[in-house]
Design a protein around this ligand. Structure first.
Ligand code: SF4
Length: 117
C-alpha cells in the first residue's frame, strides 16, 4: 500500500520545464529571500545555507554541536542576508545561482530589516 502511495506517476516523470544545460544565466544583482525564511537540514545534521545549494558548498553548522536557533542567528547567515537584501549575489553559493529567490519570503525580509539584523 505504501509503495502504491509513493509510486511515481507519469506526471512525476515528465521532463523538467527547464532542461539541464538550458538554464538562465546567473544575475549577480538580484534579490533572494531564501535565507530570511529557511535553511536546509541535511541527513547528517549539517545545516546548509540553502536548499538550492545542490553541491552543498556552504555549511552553517551542525545540530549535533550547534543549536538550530544559534545557527539561524549566526554571523554567517547574517552575512548572507546582508548582501542578498541589497540584491548582491556575491557570496557562494549565491554567485552561481540563478534561482528566482523572491517568490516567497518578502514579509520575512521586512521583519529582519525591522530588527536591523
Ligand atoms: S541566491 Fe540561490 S543559493 Fe543563494 S540563498 Fe538564494 S536561492 Fe539560495
Amino acid at each position: 500500500m505504501i509503495e502504491e502511495e509513493w509510486e511515481p506517476t507519469e506526471a512525476d516523470l515528465r521532463e523538467p520545464s527547464t532542461p539541464e544545460g538550458n538554464q538562465s544565466l546567473v544575475d549577480l544583482n538580484r534579490l533572494c529571500n531564501y535565507p530570511f525564511y529557511s535553511v536546509m537540514l541535511d541527513w547528517n545534521g549539517d545545516v546548509m545555507l540553502c536548499v538550492q545549494d545542490w553541491n552543498k558548498k556552504v555549511k552553517m553548522g551542525n545540530i549535533a554541536s550547534d543549536s538550530l536557533f544559534d545557527v539561524w542567528r549566526s554571523s554567517g547567515l547574517r552575512k548572507h542576508r546582508n548582501v542578498l537584501k541589497k540584491g548582491k549575489r556575491v557570496l557562494l553559493p549565491c554567485s552561481e545561482c540563478n534561482t528566482n529567490g523572491i517568490l516567497h519570503g518578502g514579509n520575512h525580509v521586512k521583519r529582519w530589516m525591522d530588527y536591523n539584523i
